[in-house]
Design a binder for this molecule. Structure first.
Ligand SMILES: [Zn+2]
Length: 401
């Protein structure tokens, strides 16, 4: 909110110890706070008019790009067959399912069956997309073709609440809300970039003038056997720390090639980044670097060990210049890496390798003579993958003495 100078009225409230907004940093009002805007060819509306126009466009089979918390969504009426089919074409999403945002729990219950614990997740402050068994005929078939589940979330920003309105308001009460990107690219956060990259998809742009600092997709979760099983830890979940059962040295795990996340760990905690995406796009590879640097900045962890999958085709694996050459060596090069981009210029690298089940490798008692490197690599790779893999083969790429 640094870019929005307080008006005199807000300043009085901010400075008055008797006022409930005393020292409330995000204080703002319609005079001095962010403003809404809807832009389309030959059209510009602001404030309430922007929201009402967006509602009427969406009701008229149009597609709108909507600026959210961690990036743009692309939205259309989820009950409108032709609008959803139209959205699927430029998104190049094939048969991959879209998530939907329902006005409230009552609307969601018309679409899917929801248990008590799933209700808690839907209404949780993190507001994830929850995968739920769908009911027949609830949404356009093109939303999630052939899929027995539907990803549902509830409004989580004031703009979403305004757009979906209250019962009786005009406009759709159920929207497809899919990440504002083309297949393989990172989610769009910048307003100008949105116009150029989403211009072929969206008929209109509903946006505000508050910049997005960190891109972050929606989190996806589900309940299995009564327990939450996150499918994609992102907005609201990352980078909250994950507790570890034993100490680790400062380590960076570069993650996989598809559905990448990066992780750092130190002591008894690990921090996973938000969902980065598939690394077959240059912009996504840049997003990986930004996420990794942001994670180090937030946590203060300065990794002395970097681990990555040994697969030679992975873009998260270092280039040929730093390919490990001595698999049997227990010696370690002195090396300092601050970013995956610097791997190619780090020079001589030694390595230790191991394989086995994650459980064996995560057990400190199972660590062999080359010791902690093996363990760190296993921990890092597991963390970066976000799941425990059935079998794990990883390589310590660099160690700082
Ligand atoms: Zn004000």
């Amino acid at each position: 909110m640094a870019g929005f100078a307080m008006c005199a009225a807000c300043r009085r409230k901010h400075d008055d110890p008797a006022d409930r907004r005393f020292h409330a940093q995000p204080i703002a009002c319609p005079d001095c706070g962010p403003t809404l805007e809807l832009v389309a060819p030959g059209l510009r509306e602001t404030g309430d008019h922007a929201v009402r126009r967006a509602q009427s466009l969406l009701a008229d089979e149009q597609i709108a790009a909507v600026k959210g918390l961690g990036g743009y969504h692309v939205a259309c009426d989820a009950r409108d067959v032709s609008a959803v089919s139209e959205l699927r074409r430029p998104k190049r999403r094939g048969e991959k399912p879209f998530a939907v945002m329902a006005r409230d729990l009552d609307v969601a219950r018309e679409l899917v069956s929801i248990t008590d614990i799933e209700t808690m997740l839907l209404t949780d402050v993190r507001k994830p997309v929850v995968l739920l068994p769908r009911l027949d005929g609830s949404v356009a078939a093109a939303v999630a073709p052939g899929n027995p589940d539907l990803g549902v979330m509830l409004p989580y920003t004031p703009l979403h609440a305004l757009l979906l309105g209250a019962p009786g308001d005009p406009g759709p009460d159920l929207l497809v809300m899919t990440s504002g990107n083309l297949a393989g690219e990172p989610i769009v956060t910048d307003d100008d970039e949105a116009l150029s990259r989403l211009g072929d998809i969206a008929d209109a742009f509903l946006r505000h003038d508050r910049p997005i600092q960190v891109s972050c997709d929606d989190s996806v979760t589900r309940v299995v056997a009564g327990i939450e099983l996150p499918v994609r830890r992102s907005r609201g979940y990352a980078p909250l720390p994950v507790a570890l059962p034993f100490d680790v040295a400062p380590v960076l795990a570069a993650g996989a090639d598809l559905k990448n996340t990066v992780a750092v760990a130190s002591g008894r905690f690990a921090w996973l980044s938000q969902h980065v995406g598939d690394l077959d796009d240059l912009a996504t590879q840049d997003a990986l670097t930004v996420s990794e640097q942001h994670l180090e900045e937030l946590t203060g962890v300065r990794p002395g060990v970097i681990v990555a999958d040994a697969h030679p085709g992975y873009r998260s694996t270092p280039g040929p210049d730093s390919t490990p050459t001595d698999a049997s060596s227990a010696a370690c090069s002195t090396i300092t890496c601050t970013s995956p981009r610097s791997w190619a210029s780090t020079g001589s690298v030694s390595t230790s390798r191991s394989s086995g089940s994650p459980r064996e490798m995560l057990d400190p008692a199972a660590v062999d003579g080359r010791g902690t490197l093996t363990m760190h690599a296993a921990v890092g790779a597991s963390l970066a993958a976000g799941v425990r893999l059935p079998a794990l083969r990883c390589t310590v790429l660099a160690v700082e003495r």
